[in-house]
Design a protein around this ligand. Structure first.
Ligand code: UDP
Length: 322
């Protein structure tokens, strides 16, 4: 296949491009690099079958030649990133999604939307099944991401109904692993970077809110299976992809301290507005449709991620000798 990946220079997108190339597909990656990393492109540019265009997909764009699949992964995804780029986040979820769907329609290609557990907002149902419609504040600070992705789902479903595009949706829950930006502001990267630097771990609120952390290789496996699924009623999703191992943020902090061997302490900071209290995927649909469930537990995945951050971060300055 020749696969277009929007946001292919990002954390998830670059792992996905790598996996698709390894399976023998050609990959055309588009990214405007506002949160994607040029180094991820440099890494991929050496691979046979890889092409890159610096392109904001919120503006109309075309890809020359045949295209078999369009994977729409472009968007800031970390809360500090989308709060810094609120309008670009809304645009890529709306215009960007429509432009990517248009490309799929023109080329007769399959389409896959990277949606998010944020469509469930601050859920009053846990774990969250795909049938739950969510509880989202439509104009709070997080709405720039939540509502953009909800709109993106609506646009994807409309292209399927109105234009007959084979359009699919996955809802991605908190994913972590090598190649996260050290300062992207998410819980895993913040805690590891802080622990390795001997700095205090910034726990927002009392740390009792939960998240379910999925290791990136597991997530990519789920995405690829969704892409390969034979067309049909069920292939359209939405399908939750995430690890149902639910942990409190306090537990994540303690595990990071244990695995890094850090003696850092925790420091409590105010909970951001509308921060979801709980988040845990119901993955029964993914298990049934894709035969998929995550294999990498938090301990193993965090060890891999810590090793990555150790390799890219400067070693902390040695304590001065007196
Ligand atoms: N969080 C935290 N300290 C940090 C960063 C995040 O306590 O330094 C909390 C945040 O308030 C949220 C959870 O960790 O409850 C996950 O936040 P993240 O930004 O990783 O992603 P989210 O799931 O909110 O999109």
């Amino acid at each position: 296949m020749r696969v277009v990946v929007t946001g292919g220079a990002g954390f998830l997108g670059s792992h996905l491009c790598e996996r698709l190339l390894a399976e023998g597909h050609a990959v055309f990656c588009l990214d405007n690099l506002i949160t994607g990393h040029p180094e991820n492109v440099a890494l991929l540019q050496g691979r046979a079958g890889f092409e890159f265009a610096a392109q904001d997909v919120s503006e109309p764009f075309d890809v020359p030649g045949a295209v078999d699949a369009v994977l729409h992964f472009a968007s800031p995804a970390s809360p500090p990133d989308y709060l810094r780029h609120p309008l670009a986040t809304l645009r890529v979820g709306s215009h960007g999604t429509e432009n990517a769907l248009e490309l799929a329609r023109r080329k007769g290609a399959r389409f896959l939307l990277a949606s998010t557990s944020e469509v469930y907002g601050d859920p009053d149902v846990s774990p969250q099944p795909e049938t739950y419609w969510g509880q989202v504040n439509p104009n709070g600070p997080r709405s720039v991401y939540d509502e953009a992705k909800r709109f993106a789902e609506a646009m994807t479903a409309a292209y399927r109904r109105h234009h007959g595009v084979d359009a699919r949706i996955v809802r991605i829950f908190n994913t972590y692993g090598p190649r996260m930006r050290p300062h992207d502001g998410r819980v895993v990267s913040n805690f590891i970077v802080q622990a390795l630097a001997g700095a205090e771990l910034t726990v927002y609120g009392d740390g009792s809110q939960t998240r379910s952390l999925c290791y990136v290789s597991d997530l990519v496996e789920g995405i690829v299976r969704m892409l390969y699924l034979a067309p049909g009623e069920e292939a359209r999703g939405p399908v939750n992809l995430g690890n149902p191992e639910e942990m409190t943020v306090g537990d994540i902090a303690r595990l990071v301290l244990e695995l890094t061997g850090s003696s850092s302490r925790m420091r409590h900071e105010p909970l951001p507005q509308d921060d979801p209290r709980r988040r845990c995927p119901d993955i029964a649909r993914a298990e049934r449709l894709l035969g998929w469930r995550p294999r990498v537990g938090a301990r193993e995945g965090l060890l891999q991620t810590i090793a990555y951050f150790r390799s890219v971060l400067p070693a902390p300055a040695a304590a001065p000798a007196y």
